[in-house]
Design a protein around this ligand. Structure first.
Ligand SMILES: [Zn+2]
Length: 153
């Protein structure tokens, strides 16, 4: 399965009372099937047989949950570069604050322009304000307030 921080998918054994066993590990109690689940708390509604095939089917259903998350997840290598840039600019701030100011002003200018472009492109691609807010870690209301003037005529 793909790697999304905070989202580890697994086939959760369904207990006789219908509750899901919240673990993917070895399971010894009686269970009546599998349902797809995720470490974030998400669980799929569809039940699969209590067989290895059923477990595989449940794991495959997790991709329905993970697909949109994967679309919103930046490539790992780029996250690493971004974190490194942040760390290096923080060091520069300590050593040469005026040089850091010059650099940060440059970053701010392209960051703002790219943010507007990314929001506009996401809206044109059909993304909701809720999805845009989720991608930015803010509420859909906050995203709409902040960007509607840039993206709507
Ligand atoms: Zn999840």
């Amino acid at each position: 399965m793909a790697d999304i921080p905070g989202h580890e998918g697994y086939a959760a054994p369904v207990l006789p009372d219908g509750e899901l066993a919240r673990s993917a590990g070895a399971f010894t109690r009686a269970f009546i099937g599998y349902q797809a689940a995720c470490s974030c708390g998400w669980a799929d509604g569809r039940r699969h047989p209590p067989t290895p095939e059923g477990a595989k089917q449940a794991e495959d259903r997790w991709t329905r949950h993970a697909g949109p998350l994967l679309l919103a997840a930046p490539p790992n290598w780029l996250v690493v570069k971004s974190n490194l840039l942040c760390e290096q600019v923080a060091n520069l701030t300590g050593e040469r604050p005026l040089a850091a100011l010059t650099l940060l002003s440059q970053v701010e200018s392209w960051q703002r322009a790219l943010l507007d472009r990314a929001v506009a492109a996401a809206r044109e691609g059909g993304a909701s304000w809720s999805e845009i807010g989720d991608a930015m870690g803010i509420s859909k209301q906050a995203a709409h307030e902040r960007f509607r003037a840039h993206t709507e005529l």
